[in-house]
Design a protein around this ligand. Structure first.
Ligand SMILES: [Cu+2]
Length: 462
């Protein structure tokens, strides 16, 4: 079970200070660091007490919201691009590049009309930039290295400044050595809340966000292969893989929004069990109500953002995952031959004389992998992992659960544990297969009760 990291304490206190000296105003805002890969509780802006926050904050799955400081009417943020070690699942560590201690970087959360100033310090071994994906902004703030600005050299700090013009779901990522820097995990989420009520943006009780990302981390290694185009083996949400992804928790009948952005090299059909949702927003903003339809899977193509919404009106632990079945798997060899139906028991002994490491796998399917205690190279993410109350879940990648409970407090995001099913509502084994009901046919009525009809050929029906 994961523990939540409630983001509070010394680091936050420093940026939350309301009185800032002239010297401090001139200095860069503190670059707040995050050491935990757990889901942080929503950040409370300085000066906000009780329910005074003017919006329902987002909760970033296995991520956090970057604190800002107010400087003469401008919200100031400080991102530091730097090498990080990300814990992708408990015990599975990967060398990445990210921001402020983690990959992805922190979520930036603002309100329409905010003047935003973002300082970007480069602590990478090569130059970088940040592109603010989807934003309306002056051309010189768009962050394409070489086209809109000089690259940010290692050791230097650049500043971006623009107004958050439209509400919605955005991303940020480098537009410099992009293939390498994104393959190393450099990306982050951005949410702009509407100012006051918006005719197409409903109020929600829970608002979650995460990025789809993918890595090629060879078994036993710690650094992604950055030149891999499509055969990534680690399919992640916010640089985490099941069972390392926090559940989405909702109170019964909450309206829930989930924002998803895709920065991998392929599309991901995101599927949620138990409810129907609508896509209420895309990259371009809120979807007109007449253009929404119910569905249970929505494809998020490369470079896209999707905002889905639903009423969490069915209690339970509902699976939520990418529907490409290879994307809910950990590191695996795609070149392994299919052995279903091949009885090679007699061969094993002979083959092991030649190759002592020879192992039989997959002759009855691959489900054995879920409980296999095979010795893996150090720091290798298993192909299938994660255990539920009824055994191995046989997943490992873009998978988590939507946990809907009646007895949650508003704003409680803690994992409530496994769902206790009401008696008689779970699939179960039966003693033996029941007698199939007789197919209605004209002579069924004619047959005396208790008389078994002899099977007849097809010509026997008339
Ligand atoms: Cu996928």
């Amino acid at each position: 079970m994961q523990r939540r990291h409630f983001f509070a304490g010394a680091a936050l206190g420093a940026v939350a200070a309301t009185s800032v000296s002239r010297v401090a105003l001139a200095a860069l805002p503190e670059a707040v660091q995050q050491s935990s890969a757990d889901t942080a509780a929503p950040w409370t802006p300085p000066g906000v007490t009780g329910a005074g926050r003017p919006y329902q904050p987002v909760v970033t799955l296995n991520g956090w919201t970057l604190p800002w400081r107010m400087n003469q009417g401008v919200k100031e943020f400080h991102l530091v691009a730097e090498p990080v070690v990300r814990e992708m699942a408990p015990g599975f560590l990967v060398n990445m590049w990210g921001y402020n201690g983690q990959s992805p970087g922190p979520t930036i959360e603002v309100v329409v009309g905010d003047r935003v100033r973002i300082f970007v310090t480069n602590r990478l071994p090569e130059h970088t930039t940040i592109h603010w994906h989807g934003q309306r902004l002056p051309n010189g703030m768009d962050g394409v290295g070489g086209l809109n600005q000089p690259q940010i050299p290692p050791g230097k700090t650049f500043v971006y400044e623009f107004e958050a013009k439209r509400p919605g779901t955005f991303m940020y990522h480098p537009h410099a050595d992009e293939m390498v820097q994104m393959a190393m995990g450099m990306m982050g989420f951005w949410v702009t809340h509407p100012k006051g009520r918006h005719p197409l943006i409903q109020e929600v009780q829970r608002d979650y966000c995460f990025l789809l990302n993918a890595f090629d981390v060879q078994p036993g290694s710690m650094t992604p292969q950055v030149n891999t185009m499509l055969e990534q083996n680690i399919w992640a949400w916010n640089s985490r893989v099941f069972p390392g992804i926090s559940p989405l928790v909702a109170r019964l009948n909450d309206r829930v929004r989930v924002r998803v952005g895709n920065l991998t090299m392929t599309n991901h059909p995101i599927h949620i069990h138990g409810i129907e949702f609508e896509v209420t927003g895309t990259d371009g903003g809120p979807v007109p109500k007449s253009a929404r339809w119910p569905e249970v899977t929505t494809d998020v193509a490369v470079g896209q953002m999707r905002q889905i919404e639903f009423i969490a009106d069915e209690p339970g632990d509902w699976a939520m995952h990418c529907h490409k079945s290879h994307h809910t798997m950990g590191a695996m060899g795609h070149g392994v031959p299919t052995m279903i139906g091949a009885d090679h028991r007699g061969l094993v002994g002979r083959l092991q004389k030649v190759n002592p490491d020879y192992m039989v796998m997959g002759e009855r399917g691959m489900a054995d992998m879920g409980e296999m205690e095979m010795e893996l190279p150090a720091n290798t993410f298993p192909m299938m992992t994660g255990t539920g109350p009824y055994g191995p879940i046989e997943m490992g990648g873009m998978f988590t659960t939507l946990k809907v409970r009646a007895d949650l407090a508003a704003g409680d995001y803690r994992d409530p544990g496994w769902y206790a099913m009401p008696p008689g509502t779970q699939s179960r084994e039966v003693a033996s297969a029941p007698t199939p009901p007789k197919a209605p046919s004209p002579d069924t009525k004619a047959a005396p009760a208790g008389t078994a009809r002899k099977p007849q050929g097809h010509h026997g029906h008339h």
